[in-house]
Write a protein that binds this ligand. Structure first.
Ligand code: ZN
Length: 97
């Protein structure tokens, strides 16, 4: 690859990373706002291995309620993988960790 092409590819990759960061930051804000609207609160899972946009999708799918007891308070998400289908919303009492 020529130097100019390599530079273009690098710039495109940087732009993509910036866009992703913006989207993920926005998703974090949405989680806090929508949890408050639902009368809930959300604690981010330890380790930060889930993307905010994925977590927001899981919370929306589960209606901002614990899948164990149905309560809306003090939520987090857990799951065996990072995949949307494998994650579920749980409250701190029902969380496995
Ligand atoms: Zn629960």
């Amino acid at each position: 690859m020529s130097k100019a092409l390599a530079k273009l590819a690098r710039l495109a990759a940087e732009r993509e990373r910036d866009r992703m960061r913006d989207e993920e930051r926005a998703a974090l804000d949405r989680i806090a706002a929508e949890a408050a609207d639902a009368g809930s609160s959300f604690t981010y899972p330890r380790g930060g291995r889930f993307k905010p946009s994925t977590v927001l999708g899981v919370l929306r799918r589960d209606g901002f309620k614990c899948k164990g007891c149905g309560e809306p308070g003090n939520l987090t998400v857990e799951g065996g993988s990072r995949k949307f289908e494998d994650l579920r919303t749980v409250c701190r009492s029902c969380a496995e960790d």
